[in-house]
Every structure is written in structure tokens, then in C-alpha cells.
Design a protein around this ligand. Sequence first.
Ligand code: G6P
Length: 611
Amino acid sequence: MCGIVGYVGTDEAVPIMLDGLRKLEYRGYDSAGVAVCGGGGLTVAKAAGYVQALCDIVEDGRRLPGHVGIGHTRWATHGRPTDENAHPHISDGGKIAVVHNGIIENYAKLREYLVSKGFAFNSETDTEVAVNLIQHYYNKHGDAVRAVAQAARRMEGSYALGILCEDRPDVIIATRKESPLVLGFGDGCNHIASDVAALVTHTREVARLEDDEIAVVSAAGVTVYNCDLEEIVKTPEHVDWDVSAAEKGGYEHFMIKEILEQPDALRKTVSPRISGGRVTLGDADIPDEYVKNISKIYIVGCGTASYVGAAAKYNFEKYAKIPAETVMASEFRYSEPIIDGTTLVICISQSGETTDTIAAMREAHRLGARVLSIVNVVGSVLARESDWVLYTWAGPEICVASTKAYSTQLAVTYLLTLHFAQKRGAMSGAQCAEVVTELQRLPEKMQLVIDDKHAIQYLASIYFNNEDIFFIGRNIDYALSLEGSLKLKEISYIHSEAYAAGELKHGPLALVVDGTLVVAVATYEKLIDKTMSNASEAHSRGARILAVTTQSCAARVAEASENVITVPDTHDMLLPSLGVLPLQMFAYYVALLRGCPIDKPRNLAKAVTVE
Ligand code: G6P
């Protein structure tokens, strides 16, 4: 993970980099640092904690003048989040400064080699190996770009590097392998960053650096080389981004802003893909013949994205009649799945850069499957390497805890289910049209649930002191339970688990004591009574039951519950889109009452670019 930025131009570099680092804090916020290169050589400032701590130290840039700089916001991998381990790191010899995103897997071996050559180390990070390796080659011939190319050849793993060399005070050198790096082209200035989010207030002309390429960025221009140091041409593309979408817009947290944006986001995902009452996936031209022959679907993702898959699995099987299995990407990549040309692997990811999901996609390709990705970030690795991509068009999601990405990913899985069901004749035209109509009504119904947020806030005030909360449900309600429990634990730090309701009595019931809260997710009419029987078993042992159900089933669950949250009725396929909203809001208001840093939960990051 980690976010890196760099600026070279005529303005003060540090204020521009601090602005970029704030935009990249979603990638990690354990520590932050900047280095500038000027007349007096390399100067570094860094601090454990949020970017704000760094801003305070450098007085928003006033204490660190310079026109060429690199910056970093860290998610700790090697070494604790201390000042010493914060980036930038300076080489032993003092001539090179580096910021790094990724993991250098052979760092122990390289460190041993460098120690044998007399290099001293001051931190526990793998990054210090990179900076000293570059210094090592630089010592041999005094050519910084060549030294970077030589060091890159010896490093295994993933890296995006921003590099300053004291003897070339007018340039930033950058290279990458597997971790993202974007070049930003300005007027009399140029930038590097992990993500366009850090660039769009300064320039909309960007180009992605590809694996093993090396960029030499000066105020006058950007020169890009391949790994053999042959010059290559990079053509900038224009990014069309609504900057305000990445601002808090008066809300206390990005999370609540993004929760409230969901009806609109869903409209944007769905509307362009419905025409004449039918689903049309023109943007992913999947041949009909291929669809008819799909023998198995694997749905792969991490975190919230994998829980979208948990719900989608039921729908693919029930409506499109295709066997489907959801596997966490980190497990899938090493599981030796049985795959052939009729296997479709659906990769789900907001960022499109989650390392495990990318590796799962590559493994699926290696084994001969076709890959369809559901992605939010346009042009991300996952989007570019998949056979087909369906974008969620959710706009930027900033809060680490995912909400609108979940809803829009889910919506794409409905579209796919309907598309497959239509093409394979698993549902009649009339049945599909009925779901499509309901799908178009979904944003309005979501809005009704959101409008009732004060009721959820009140329930949060009743339960926010619980230290253990269980979520139970069956079928799609089990998938919802997984997401509800994840949302709660990641932002409120309350211990929480999700169980298939029928499994409660096979172990977890032993943890239920007087006052334990059990959230019974019971929206799927067919299985409500079963779930509520399991809730009653917990209630008989002292649990308090909070039920989530549909309006038409409220009376049926009321008897076994202390409190009931209702959502409007809809088609069974679409229930998770309504059921998830109270769970997201419950987590949010509980975390708010507990005074948690909601948008930046402890130890987590939004884009997980390490294994
Ligand atoms: C991290 C984030 C989650 C996200 C998961 C997968 O854990 O904190 O919110 O669901 O990564 O990310 P992706 O970008 O692949 O959806």
C-alpha cells in the first residue's frame, strides 16, 4: 500500500505534496514524510501519524523550501509505524532519497549483501535496502538513472519508487513494478503520484508508468525509458474527474456522505445498461455463445468485494442456473482451482489494484479461464488485464470502509445475473422484465431506508456499548450478515462475527451470554422463520435480538425481537441492496458514538497492494 507523490517545478514543492498526500491517505496513514532537493542537498521531514502531523512539523511547507520533492504516506509492512521507519529513506552515503510503495520480497538477502559491502542501516524497512542498492550502483559509476535500472533488476516483489539524487537536484527519478505510479504533466512543472486523485487539482494530463519503466521527471519535461534504458514515448491522456466528488462536502465523515450517495450511484451504474426493459451490457461484449457454455462461475475478491460475491453466488445459481462459487482472492490464487475455457472468473474490486485479486485474475488466465472484472477505478490493472470489464461508475470512494462500492458492485451482479439468465433461457422475458422494473425502482426504495436514518441512530444509541455482536442470516441474508459484521468491526472496533444462522448452535452459541447482541438479518421471506428460530435459541440464552426484515414480514419477526428495522419489499434477487443500508448506518452511528476515527480505521487501508 502506501501513497507516494513527487513534484518538480517553479512553485514550492512541499505544500503541493502535502495536498497530494492528504488525497492519498486512503492508502495508509501510519506515518508521512517529504524530502526536498535544493542548494543545500537533501532535506527530509517525517513523522509517525496522519499527514496532519507532518504538516505541523513543516508548518505546512514553510520550514522546508524547495522546488523538487518526493513525499509518502505509509501503511507499515516492515517495521512499526515510527518516525525512524517513516519514508523518505536516505542512503548510507546521503546522496539518494527514496519513497516506496510495495514490498521488496528479497530484502533480507539484499540487506545481507549490502552490509557485506559496508552499508549501515537505520530502520527496519525493506525500503532502506532499495535506497542503499541504488547508492551502491551509483557509487560505481555516478549515473543515477543507470543505478536505478540496475537496482530494479535485483529487487523482487513489488515497488513504486520516487527517487531524489543530490547530484541531480533538478529531477525526480521514478520506476515501478506491480505497484501503481502515474505521471502528471503540468505547465512548467511535472508530478508523480500513486493515483490520479493526488494530481487532478494540479493537472488532468496523466500517463501511467508501466512495469519496469523508468521516468526522469524535470520541470521542463518527462523522459521515459524501458528497463534497457532505451527511450520510449508516453502519450498523456486527459482525465475527466469531478474533484468535488472526492471532497467531504460539509459531511462529518466521508463514510456517511458515501452512504447517502448510494441511490444516485446505483442509478448511474444501472440506467445506461437497461434499454426497452432489458439488460444490455454493450460495454462488455461477451459473446452469446460463450455465455451459453459457461459451466462454472468463480467470484473472487477481497473484503467487502468478496461479500458482494457471497450474495451474487446465490443469484447466479438461483436465476441464471449456473454453478457459482465465491472464493477470497487470497485463497483462490493458491487453491489450484479446477478451471477450463468454460469457466468464468468474475473479479470484483473497487480499486482494481488489490494485489490478491490481481494475482487471482492472472492465475485464472494462466489456467485458461476468461475473466470479467467489476471495477470502479477506470484504467486500473484489473480493468486493463481482464477479458471484459464492467465499471461501477460509483465515483471516488474515500472512506476505508466500503459502502457505495458494495452497492454498485452488487447492482452489476444483478445485471449480469439477468443477462446470463436471458441468454441461457433460464428466465422468461416476463420474469426478467419484472426484475428490471424493480431494479429501476431500487434507488427510490434505498432512499426511503436512508431517510429513516434517525431510527437507526436511535438503535445505535441503545446498543453501542456491546462488546460482542453476532450477525446471523441464511442464504443472501448470510451474505449480508458477513458485510454487516465487517462494517461494524472495522470502524467501531467492536468484536463481531457473522454466522450462517443454522450454524449458531454448532459452536458460537457457547459465546452467547446475558445481553449479547444478535442481529438477525431476515429479509429473505422464504427463510425468515428458520432464521428467527435460531435467533430465539440465542434469545433463550440471554441474547438481545435486533432484527432486520422487510415491511411485509415485520410482524412475523417482531415476537422474537427486541427491536425491528424494516426495509421496503422488493424482488428477492435485489434484497441485499436494501438490507445492507441499515447495517452500514448502524455501524456508522455506533462508531460515531464510540468516538472512533471512522474514515481511517486503525491498522487498515483502502487499497491493499501487498499480499
Ligand atoms: C481493503 C478495504 C476494503 C475493500 C478491500 C478490497 O480491505 O479496506 O474496503 O473492500 O480492501 O478492496 P478492492 O479495492 O479490491 O475492492
